[in-house]
Design a protein around this ligand. Structure first.
Ligand code: B12
Length: 212
């Protein structure tokens, strides 16, 4: 963990320059992109969240840390490509209505894309209607939803209902995730799959549509 001390501190401070230099330094030193992401960046955002909960920092600082994280992720992206592959399947992904958190969703998209899925990313604050409209248009294999706020989780179940009403439920698999989401919640709202992180999201997506 101490390997990532400077990286972690620079993400907390919102210091993009140092964070990028540290990310590059770690890559040059042979640290895996996965370790930099998991042990350097994601744990630091958890720490940022803790500090926010305790009232030690506020939204602007949280936002700055998020921006640094996103910049560092760009450096890591090429390392998550499994090679030239034809599309394994189509994934329509978005962060649900009322929710603006997109780092986790972007990581899931990045890893899935790297594993050969084609991704249609609807961005953040995506209403059930928008999910349905786009699903009708692009006919995805998987509809993937992200939520980071406990208050926006119900939008996942509203989206599933909307897909059902539009006659699409039997045609797509539904996958959900995000920090407050659980396996139990996924079962309750009849989602087909849940994953706690971007790596397992890829494996579960492959399993869902029967590709390797
Ligand atoms: C960065 C951040 C922000 C940034 C977001 C910037 C951005 N572009 O995303 C900003 C500053 C905008 C923000 C705003 C707010 N935030 Co905020 N935020 C965070 C923070 C610190 C980090 C989130 C994050 O990116 N984590 C890193 C990523 C990689 O993790 P992740 O998203 O969980 O994703 C992983 C898995 O969950 C999974 N996954 C994610 N999505 C999906 C989808 C699928 C399909 C699958 C399979 C898997 C999957 O894979 C990912 C990668 O491994 C968290 C704290 C935390 N520990 O989560 C608080 C946190 C989520 N925020 C919180 C709050 C309260 C807010 C605000 C309401 C604050 C306010 N008073 O305004 C607003 C809400 C704005 C809105 N309407 O959305 C609370 C939520 C509490 C709750 N449970 O409801 C948290 C937990 C902080 C806290 N401890 O209080 N926030």
């Amino acid at each position: 963990m101490s390997d990532f001390k400077i990286l972690s501190e620079s993400v907390i401070r919102g210091d993009v320059k140092t964070a990028l230099a540290e990310t590059q330094r770690a890559l040059d030193a042979g640290t895996s992109a996965r370790d930099i992401l998991d042990k350097g960046l994601i744990v630091t955002l958890d720490e940022v969240g803790e500090r926010f909960s305790k009232g030690l920092i506020f939204v602007p600082q949280m936002l700055r840390s998020a921006k640094v994280m996103q910049e560092c992720t760009k450096l890591l992206k090429p390392f998550f490509h499994e090679g030239e592959v034809t599309s394994k399947g189509k994934v329509l992904i978005g962060t649900v209505k009322g929710d603006l958190h997109d780092i986790g969703k972007n990581l899931v998209s990045m890893m899935m894309e790297g594993a050969g899925f084609s991704i249609i990313d609807l961005g953040v604050d995506v209403s059930p209607e928008k999910f349905v409209q786009k699903a009708q248009e692009v006919e995805p294999d998987i509809v993937a939803m992200s939520a980071l706020l406990s208050t926006t989780m119900p939008s996942m179940s509203q989206t599933i209902e909307a897909l059902q009403k539009a006659g699409l439920r039997g045609k797509v698999k539904i996958m959900i995730g995000g920090a407050p989401v659980t396996e139990e919640y996924a079962r309750r709202i009849t989602a087909d799959s849940y994953a706690s992180d971007a790596g397992s999201a890829v494996n579960k997506a492959k399993k869902l549509i029967g590709v390797s």
